[in-house]
Design a protein around this ligand. Structure first.
Ligand code: GRG
Length: 302
């Protein structure tokens, strides 16, 4: 396994600035939103996260030969769904966390009711942005349908529900434990990775084959991301990770290191990253940034 260092992901700074400018613009409600709610939305959405999902949207568009500007609304919409899910996940009724992205969680900084409303507002805004800013309208409708599916009961929300009920699940063996774990992660983490790539492709007017290839990359990357996330919970540094570590084992959660051990989990992450990179080989040089991003996920320390 490669040693963990802060990976210089060259491309991200420029994209990140474009993403953050779009996010800021889309939550500028021109004084037509209650001030405390607006503050809490900006606090949560523009917090120093990695912006991986919006970058995936833009890089998928680029891989398909499209310019990134028309994909910025889709990139922002995915990040809004992601940010809402983090805000709600941190609530006392869910994961009950006080630290997120290196800062107090939304309900700690503001209050629980405000944090719930931040999530509600971000979710609604994501679909409004897609519906009004993506052209032509047929593509906008398709983006709305895809994101709704990825954020809904069979994906993100379903994965969260399964995760919350994990404590009552008693696997008979490691195979069953891994199957259950991967089902949760495919829904809870993988679905947003996949839809990021799919939206990027849809905005660029990609072929069905291009869409499938990017989807496969997203599936492998999403799972690899989660294996690394589990490893960071075991061996990460809280100030680098920006959230509490060691929580999974405290709560007796099923994780890759708990089932496979640390070394085999590293190997699994490596294998998944390699599979992701191989999937996009058909794009040649146009997919180089996607391969770089995959290597960043392999090496990430937050
Ligand atoms: C509340 C419906 C609902 C879902 C919550 C996001 C989530 C689902 C749970 C958070 C807990 C967790 C460890 C999820 C899996 C991995 C994950 C999504 C980590 C956070 O993503 P990063 O590292 O975050 O990309 P940043 O802050 O960099 O954007």
């Amino acid at each position: 396994m490669t040693t963990k260092t802060t990976a210089p992901f060259e491309l991200s700074q420029q994209l990140r600035e474009q993403i953050d400018a779009a996010l800021r613009q889309y939550v500028d409600f021109e004084n037509d939103c209650p001030e405390r709610l607006r503050e809490a939305i900006v606090y949560s959405l523009l917090a120093p996260g990695k912006r991986l999902r919006p970058q995936l949207v833009l890089l998928a568009t680029q891989a398909c030969g499209g310019p990134i500007e028309p994909a910025l609304p889709a990139a922002a919409a995915v990040e809004m769904i992601h940010a809402y899910s983090l805000v709600h996940d941190d609530l006392p009724a869910m994961d009950d966390d006080d630290l997120r992205r290196g800062r107090p969680t939304c309900h700690k900084k503001f209050d629980e009711a405000t944090a719930i409303l931040v999530g509600d507002a971000l979710q609604a805004r994501a679909f409004e942005v897609l519906a009004t800013e993506i052209a032509p309208s047929k593509r906008a409708a398709r983006c709305c349908a895809e994101l709704a599916q990825a954020a809904g009961a069979t994906a993100l929300v379903g994965g969260q529900a399964d995760d919350l009920s994990s404590q009552f699940f008693r696997p008979t063996d490691d195979t069953q434990a891994i199957e259950r774990l991967e089902l949760i992660h495919r829904r809870k983490t993988g679905a947003l990775f996949r839809v990021s790539l799919r939206l990027g492709a849809i905005v660029a007017g990609a072929s069905g084959e291009q869409l499938e290839v990017l989807d496969t990359y997203g599936q492998h990357l999403g799972l690899a991301f989660q294996v690394v996330d589990d490893l960071l919970d075991v061996s990460g540094n809280e100030s680098e990770v920006g959230k509490r570590v060691g929580k999974d084992s405290e709560r007796g959660k099923t994780t890759y290191p708990a089932i496979l051990g640390i070394e085999a989990s590293h190997q699994r992450a490596e294998m998944l990253i390699d599979q992701a990179c191989q999937a996009v080989e058909v794009f040649g040089k146009a997919a180089e940034p996607l391969r770089e991003l995959a290597q960043f996920v392999r090496r990430r320390n937050n």
